[in-house]
Design a protein around this ligand. Structure first.
Ligand SMILES: Nc1ncnc2c1ncn2[C@@H]1O[C@H](COP(=O)(O)OP(=O)(O)O)[C@@H](O)[C@H]1O
Ligand SMILES: [Mg+2]
Length: 253
């Protein structure tokens, strides 16, 4: 119970995110030069909890995340948060596939993120310490961030995103190429954030990870949504031929 209270103080969104749900893509069109990526992409993320986006390489998953976060604008169509065209960027935390860290200590990376998030100077140390505890990284506080292992860097990137108390946390293959233990540490933090009311959208190739984390799966293939189902249902009885082939390891782009 005590743990839950301290998690809430550390992770609960600065503003409730439910006011911005559902998220809807309507007729989204995106191309790079002659390369058409999305001709008419429609999807809906309605519920709180954790949504996984799955699909083969090149399906458009990372681009969907960029559109969601307003890092990229569709050529046509719209990305709407609760019917509004305004993307609540200040409430979105993004963890990219490759960690992007400052050439400073682990602790300084967090202090910097807290400063940017507008946390008062006097409170930053305490919050950084609590984040380090959450990530099991206290012993690495003074280490140069860029000298950490891959798993530690990814964990620090996640903690840094959480420093701003986002309402929506977006993760692009957060544990690709990590071992099971490093993966479990990341998943534990993501679950704790979710329990504190953070909406999570995670791209993953890992069916085990989808099952452990996600309430629902959106399956994307060649720039279109081919299934959108509760996770256990998706894994047991995928709603499309393409999704079935993907889960069986048979789908090539
Ligand atoms: N900046 C870009 N310029 C041109 N093509 C791009 C760009 N970004 C992504 N693409 C192409 O869009 C498609 C979808 O990319 P992406 O969303 O990264 O796929 P994934 O599902 O593997 O994350 C791929 O064919 C990729 O080559
Ligand atoms: Mg990708």
């Amino acid at each position: 119970m005590l743990k839950m209270n301290s998690d809430l103080a550390l992770l609960a969104p600065a503003k409730p995110f439910s006011a911005h749900l559902p998220i809807q893509f309507e007729g989204v069109h995106l191309s790079f030069g002659k390369h058409l990526i999305f001709s008419n992409l429609n999807l809906e993320i309605g519920a709180q909890g954790i949504t996984a986006i799955m699909g083969p390489n090149g399906a458009g998953k990372s681009l969907i995340l960029r559109l969601l976060a307003g890092l990229l604008m569709p050529g046509q169509g719209s990305v709407r948060f609760n019917q509004s065209n305004r993307i609540p960027r200040d409430q979105i935390g993004f963890v990219f596939q490759r960690p992007v860290l400052l050439r400073r200590s682990v602790q300084d990376n967090l202090l910097h993120a807290l400063a940017i998030a507008g946390v008062e100077r006097g409170q930053r140390s305490l919050r950084a310490g609590a984040l380090l505890d959450l990530g099991g990284m206290q012993h690495l506080a003074k280490s140069p961030a860029r000298k950490l292992s891959g798993g530690e860097q990814q964990r620090l990137t996640l903690l840094r995103a959480l420093a701003a108390k986002p309402g929506l946390l977006i993760l692009d293959e957060p544990s690709a190429s990590l071992d099971p233990q490093a993966t479990a540490l990341i998943e534990n933090i993501v679950l704790r954030a979710s329990q504190c009311g953070v909406k999570v959208i995670v791209v993953t190739h890992d069916q085990g990870q989808a099952l452990r984390l996600a309430d629902e799966v959106i399956f994307v293939h060649k720039g279109r949504v081919h299934a959108s189902q509760a996770t256990d249902e998706f894994l047991r009885t995928p709603a499309s031929r393409e999704a079935k082939a993907y889960l069986a390891g048979e789908l090539l782009i």
